[in-house]
Design a protein around this ligand. Structure first.
Ligand code: PLP
Length: 396
């Protein structure tokens, strides 16, 4: 028999499993090309050819005893060095190998970090709408996730609301930039204001408040937008990065944590994350992927593909009368539903063979997330359905 805690988690995950099942059922019934599935953030682009080429080179040129065996829990030194050098060059950091921890995707890194930072009963703050898995990550360390209410209509976090939400129990703040589900890029002004609030609260409560900046979409940006580098604004920042999206490698489970030596309790955090990686059963990030991704850490999938999808979908939806912030990053759009009941919209959309995710799952009802990392023909096929849905709600 599974634990009570896991039973509850299983129940809560039922909506997600139901979505997979529903998607598979509909594809079986109508044919894959007739179902417009915008449910998952699974990149539609293949990994660049260089991944295969460098993987073969690494396999051919590296001693298998070295490549495939246990290694230091924080990863291969040469992988960490290449990544540190790249971050130093791009963001003016002064990182050495000790400032980088290779991890099992951003998800693995954040979970290790929370295990290191959080005592049971403490609070993690985030900004709604937020990546729904954060609830589970907080639960993994017996802490609560508190969401600062969404700041409409821009979805830029509101520092005044943040200040109201921070308490003595707040140990970590988890932000995601560019944002899943809105595609909004938090501006330098926003990040500066967040930093000012947290610095004041650190003084007030007399302990560090760590900011975890979850950045798997850092390079997926449009219109020349740049994602500000959070450590420039706030000393106690730890960046969680992943190659899942920039190189379309979500199945390879590879990313890293980056933190400056001036982060409070740096030495202990680095040592403890290595232990957390081990005792949570990851042991280390996948070895081959570490060496390949470090070599290619400045490569990128063809972002113009997502940009074309974004333009086509956004312009059409606005023309039909929908409201939506034009995303500047990631590959999601967060659409205001023409009814307050986002779940009703999700169900109605299925009648048009369109699958989208209810905003409630991201702490923001009244919206749906559209993951537009799909084939352009999926967008073209779905547009008449989106138009019909708007007409249906207008005439209701
Ligand atoms: N954080 C956010 C905001 C995400 O959207 C995702 C994946 O979709 C993750 C973390 C997990 O990414 P990874 O595959 O690197 O674990």
């Amino acid at each position: 028999m599974i634990s009570d805690k896991m039973s509850k988690l299983l129940e809560r995950s039922a909506a997600m499993s139901a979505m997979y099942t529903e998607s598979a059922r509909m594809k079986e019934q109508y044919g894959v090309e007739n179902v417009y599935d915008f449910g998952m953030g699974n990149p539609n682009l293949a990994a660049p050819d260089s991944i295969r080429e460098v993987s073969i080179k690494v396999l051919n040129e590296t001693d298998p005893w070295y490549l495939h065996h246990y290694m230091p829990n924080n990863g291969f030194v040469e992988a960490r060095e290449k990544i540190a050098n790249s971050l130093n060059r791009r963001f003016g950091e002064n990182y050495g190998v000790d400032n980088i921890m290779m991890c099992v995707g951003a998800a693995g890194g954040i979970n290790c970090l929370l295990k290191v930072l959080m005592d049971p009963g403490q609070e993690i703050l985030t900004f709604a709408p937020y990546f729904g898995e954060y609830d589970r990550y907080a639960d993994n360390v017996n802490c609560t996730l508190k969401a600062v209410p969404p700041n409409l209509p821009t979805f830029q976090p509101d520092p005044v609301e943040l200040a109201k939400c921070v308490t003595e129990k707040t140990k970590a703040v988890l932000i995601n930039n560019p944002n899943n589900p809105t595609g909004v890029v938090y501006s330098a002004e926003t990040l500066k204001a967040i930093a000012e609030v947290l610095e004041a609260k650190e003084k007030e409560f007399g302990h560090a408040i760590y900011l975890i900046s979850d950045e798997p979409y850092r390079e997926l940006v449009f219109d020349g937008v740049k994602v500000p580098w959070m450590p420039d604004f706030y000393k106690n920042t730890i960046v969680a990065y992943s190659f899942s999206k920039s190189l379309s490698l979500p199945g390879d489970r590879i990313g890293y944590l980056a933190l400056g030596s001036d982060v409070e309790d740096f030495q202990n955090i680095i040592a403890a994350v290595a232990v957390a990686t081990r005792i949570m059963g990851f042991i280390n990030a996948p070895g081959l992927q570490q060496l390949v991704c470090a070599e290619l850490c400045e490569e990128l999938v063809d972002v113009s593909f997502y940009d074309r999808n974004r333009e086509r979908l956004y312009n059409a939806l606005i023309e039909y009368g929908y409201e939506c912030v034009k995303p500047e990053g990631a590959f999601y759009m967060f659409l205001k539903t023409p009814t307050e009941d986002d779940k009703d919209f999700v169900n109605k959309a299925k009648e048009h063979r369109i699958l989208v995710t209810a905003g409630s799952g991201f702490g923001c009802p009244g919206y749906v997330r559209i993951a537009y990392c799909v084939a352009p023909k999926t967008i073209e096929g779905a547009l008449p359905g989106f138009k019909a849905l708007m007409e249906y709600y207008k005439n209701k």
